[in-house]
Design a protein around this ligand. Structure first.
Ligand SMILES: [Fe+2]
Length: 173
């Protein structure tokens, strides 16, 4: 679904690279750190960053066009992730179904921020009955329900960068 021009991606990347990196952790408060499950360097864009607005807009369009029809009331800040050699993120969902939070993630939007020629491996896969491998070029976006399992397979060489936004809404009833 949709793509963002490469020069627009590059403008955002220049801004993201000014942000101090963090090693990825998992959980509602980032309380779990397990490199066997995830090895990613993350940068969190400030609230309201313009690039997140673009991704969120595409996520809303996907939510309507596909008929998912989730109630969406906000979106989180852009998470810019860099997967270097052996960087990966094992099968997971973006939701926290056991946490009982009043708001939850409904739609995940991923934008590939590297040219596929810059890395080997690092495919994004989504699993629903069978595995689907996203075929993305730099600037291409994919949106999917946050409850679906997905992963990033290990990078063999180079660096794969991606930007992610989650669209949130009230807990499903
Ligand atoms: Fe994810």
């Amino acid at each position: 679904m949709g793509n963002i021009p490469v020069d627009v991606c590059d403008a955002a990347i220049r801004e993201f690279m000014e942000i101090a990196p963090q090693e990825a952790a998992m959980g509602t408060q980032g309380e779990h750190e397990d490199k066997s499950q995830r090895d990613t360097v993350l940068r969190f864009a400030p609230s309201g960053h313009w690039f997140g607005g673009i991704l969120a807009q595409h996520g809303k369009i996907a939510n309507e066009a596909t008929g998912w029809g989730y109630e969406l009331t906000s979106h989180e800040n852009v998470q810019y992730g860099s997967y270097g050699p052996n960087g990966h993120y094992g099968w997971h969902t973006d939701t926290f179904p056991l946490a009982g939070l009043p708001m939850e993630r409904k739609v995940s939007v991923v934008c590939l921020m590297s040219d596929p020629s810059e890395y080997e491996g690092g495919d994004l896969q989504i699993r629903l009955y069978q595995d689907y491998t996203a075929d993305l070029k730099k600037g291409d976006m994919i949106a999917f329900p946050s409850i679906l399992e997905h992963r990033v397979i290990p990078v063999i060489s180079g660096t794969r960068n991606s930007a992610v936004v989650w669209l949130n809404g009230p807990r499903m009833k």
